[in-house]
Every structure is written in C-alpha cells, then in structure tokens.
Ligand binder design. Sequence first.
Ligand SMILES: Cc1cc2nc3c(=O)[nH]c(=O)nc-3n(C[C@H](O)[C@H](O)[C@H](O)COP(=O)(O)OP(=O)(O)OC[C@H]3O[C@@H](n4cnc5c(N)ncnc54)[C@H](O)[C@@H]3O)c2cc1C
Ligand code: FES
Ligand code: FES
Length: 492
Amino acid sequence: MISFLLNDEITTIDQARADMTLLEYLREQKKLTGTKEGCASGDCGACTVVLAEVNHRDITALNKLEYRAINSCVTFLSALHGKQLITVEHLPDAKVLHPVQQSLVEHHGSQCGFCTPGFIMSMFALYQQTAQPDRESVIQALSGNLCRCTGYRPIIDATLSVCQNKQADKFKQAETQTAKRLNEINNKVISTDNLLVPTSRQELAAAKAKYPQANVFAGSTDLALQVTQQLKSFEKLIALSAMPDLNQLVEQEHGLLIGAALPFGKIESTLLKHFPALSELLWRFAATPIRNQASLGGNVANGSPIGDMPPVLLALNAVIHVDNGAQKRTIAANNFFLDYRKTALEAAEWIEAIFIPYTHHTNLVRAYKVSKRYEDDISAVCAVFNLQVTNGKVHNIYSGFGGVAAIPATVLELNTQLKGKTWSSSETFNIGKNILKQAFTPLDDVRASKIYRINMLTNLWKRFWLETNQSSQKIATRVVHIPASTEEIPHA
Ligand SMILES: Cc1cc2nc3c(=O)[nH]c(=O)nc-3n(C[C@H](O)[C@H](O)[C@H](O)COP(=O)(O)OP(=O)(O)OC[C@H]3O[C@@H](n4cnc5c(N)ncnc54)[C@H](O)[C@@H]3O)c2cc1C
Ligand code: FES
Ligand code: FES
C-alpha cells in the first residue's frame, strides 16, 4: 500500500502495477495532464513534478519540508510513499498564480508552452529549497529542462528575479501542518503483492529468495527506462527505499560510507566536502531532477562502461560493501567490474554501501567528463586521476576510465611505470601518454569513434599533467557561459 499526499489530499493506492510510472499515474489515472510527456526517458523535463518530504536526518527539522524536483517519467509510483507530490495544477492560490508562475509571465518565459509546466516545477523546487540562489544555482536547477522555442535567458531571469523577492506562499504557511500529516503516513508499512518494500536485511534476503526474478531498485532512473523505452514489464519489484543500512551516510574516521540507495542529491554536499575535485563531474552527472532520484548503488550495480561514478571509485580505491542477508563481504572497486555489464555481485547479493577512503590533502585528484552536451548527457569518455607526489616524484598514481572499454577500467601500468619518476618531467608525461594510447581498444559508436576516444584519453592525460604542474595556467574547467544580459551577447 502506498500512502501520500497528492497535492493536499491524502491518497492511498492499495494495488497498482509495480512498474507503473508516476507520469502514467498522473496523466492516465488522475487526469492531471498539466504534467507533460516529452521523451519519457528523463531527458527533457516536461514531466517534472516536485516531491516534498520531512527531513528525518535532522531531528530539529521534523516540521520542515525538503523539496526536490524529479522526472515523473522515470520514477515508479512507490517513490511517493510518505511524501507530498506537488503537481503544476496545485501551484496557484485560489485563482492567483504562484510567484514563480507570475514571474515567468512577466519575463516572457513561455512561447508554445509545452515545456512550461516542467520549468515551473523546477523553479518552484528551487524557490522553496534555496534561500538566495545565484545564477549558477539557477542554471543547475533548470539543467534538466529543455525549451525549444523561448530560449533560456528569460526563464533564468524569471527564476533569479522571483527568488530574490520571495514571499511566504501557501506552501510555507501550511508547512508545519503538512509535515505533521506526512509524519502520520510514514508509520504505515507498504509492501503489496507486486511491490515488496523490505525494511531489514533478513526481509530483503527473503524477498530475493522468494522472487529471484524480481529486480531491486533505488531511484529507478535506469530501470524505468526499460519500461518506457523497451516496453518491458516487471511484474514484481523490490524497493530499497526503506532499507536503513542502504540509506545512511556516515563520515567515518578514514573515509566516507555511502548507503547504496541514497540519491546523489542527498550525498552531494558531503561528498564534495571531502572530494571537492569531483564537483564538475557531479554537476554534469545527468541533471538535477535525475540526481534527486539516482543512487550511487544503482550507478555501480548497473555496471555500465559509460557510468560516471565507477571511474571515480576506481581512482579513489573505493570498496563496495555487499550483503546477502546472512553474510556481508567487501569487494575492491578494481575487482568489481568483470565483463560488459557483469559485476562480481552474486544473485542473492545486493550492494549495501560504498566506502571511499579520504585522500591525503596533498593528493592531486581530477575528474574529467567529455560529452556532447555540457549537462544531462552520458560520457563519451570519462577519466579520473588520483596522484600523490612526494618531493617532486610520483609516489602513487591511481586512475579510472569510462567509455574506452567494455567495463569501467583502471590502468595499473601507469602506477607501476611512473612510480619514482619526476612528475614535472616531459619524459614522465610521454611514458604515461604511450601507456594510455595502447591501454584500450574502444568501440566506435554514436557517441564517439574509436580514434576520438583514444585521442581524448591522451588529451585528458595532457590536461591533467599540465594542470597539476602549472597551477597558475590552470585550464578552464567551466566551458559554458550563459550571457547575463543582452548587452553581453556579442554582435556580428
Ligand atoms: C536522463 C538520464 C541521464 C543520465 N545521466 C547519467 C550520467 O550523466 N552519468 C551516469 O553515470 N549515469 C547517468 N544516467 C543513468 C542513471 O541515472 C544512473 O546510473 C543512476 O545512478 C542509477 O541509479 P538508480 O538508483 O536510479 O538505479 P535503478 O534504476 O534503481 O537501478 C539500476 C540497476 O541497478 C540495480 N540496483 C540498484 N540498486 C542496487 C543495489 N543497492 N544493489 C544491487 N543492485 C542494485 C537495479 O536492479 C538495476 O538493475 C542517466 C539516466 C537518465 C535517465
Ligand atoms: S518526459 Fe522527458 S523527462 Fe520525462
Ligand atoms: S516554450 Fe515551447 S518548448 Fe519551451
């Protein structure tokens, strides 16, 4: 049984298809057609809705709500349990538009209007969640929404303007009451015949043993694509959302232990506190609404050769914690990816958490992603380096690469061949370049050709070597610049 607030109405669904998407539910069953369907694959933002939930991680905030925009097309219905689902129909107060809607009108931020409800919901989440967002935060918040006619500047201006002049809207006024209603819902158990929601490792092991064909899922941003794009159906599914060990984030003495089912949106700030070098890669991982759902465990279990986090985990010597209910074990990231989409995970096992050891403050870590689009795009090539230099000589160099082989891979030879060499010497650079040139035989595909991928790999190596040797000539990391005003747009 799933219980949630649909806008401000308590709603209970006793039985539903386990693989029903939230978008299908809204449009087909509730006829709330303000939420649009564009791509049905998480890429366009037309289906954006907002989930509000009580912040249970902070006991001082039990009457406060956290708001996050998500893509309803790649989210299974079960994600709603215990939360408030806010759709675009609910934003106006009686007949008065919500301030974000009014601002979009005043800034001429809509033409055909198909993308508009999605933009409004992303704007609304930012309005609720961030005190004084700057231009960069606005761009991040809107990174998952595409508009094919208006152009982004008026939409960005509308968002900045409304967030600078916030008013206490009806959501703020009802916050304590809404949190109270959600806290009451949260006490109920929700497993149904088709959707199993275990709350302990024993229950999860039993569910997997009883239904060996049933997939587990966390954010469903990968799994739901099989429903919407490949038209598969999953009769039974096992949600990981209520598993305590999979939903905790612990800053341990020697490293960060990240629960496998936690969405990136909830781990980002802690991850970046310890590994600031990952910021660009993380911001370029999909877009905000996907990161609000997608988990690190899902990214790793997926075993995709173009996933962005496996190269990070390889370069940072992470350890995957797995469990089968009776026994836990750890697997070094380096031994986890075995073959194309095949991992060391056994059928009865699941990923419980990922441990990333802290790097020494002198380590030079860089993570590079090359993709066709700056945001919301899968990597053509991803390269991560973790270098330790002592007295000018290479002490260790660990690496992780994506997009260049059937699995995310490390190149151990970089470490064995370069250990003890002077990092700043061009000989060291050339040895590394030759190793990387021969390390992989990538495939040609729609994203990039084999030659392009090899060239990218050696170019990223050069960039890393230059950046870490000539800090004053650091190569620009942010390549996108959106003009702040029409005056900034160069005229021919
Ligand atoms: C529009 C869009 C953009 C994307 N952009 C990127 C990108 O830039 N970079 C990138 O790397 N990926 C990207 N992805 C892919 C996806 O978002 C990530 O792989 C994400 O981390 C998957 O997490 P999830 O929780 O949604 O996984 P789910 O869909 O819930 O699960 C994925 C798979 O992992 C299994 N699984 C999940 N959790 C566990 C667990 N704890 N133990 C064992 N098995 C488990 C599931 O059974 C399933 O097979 C994108 C996806 C979309 C739709
Ligand atoms: S319909 Fe395009 S992101 Fe959902
Ligand atoms: S207004 Fe037409 S797609 Fe954005």
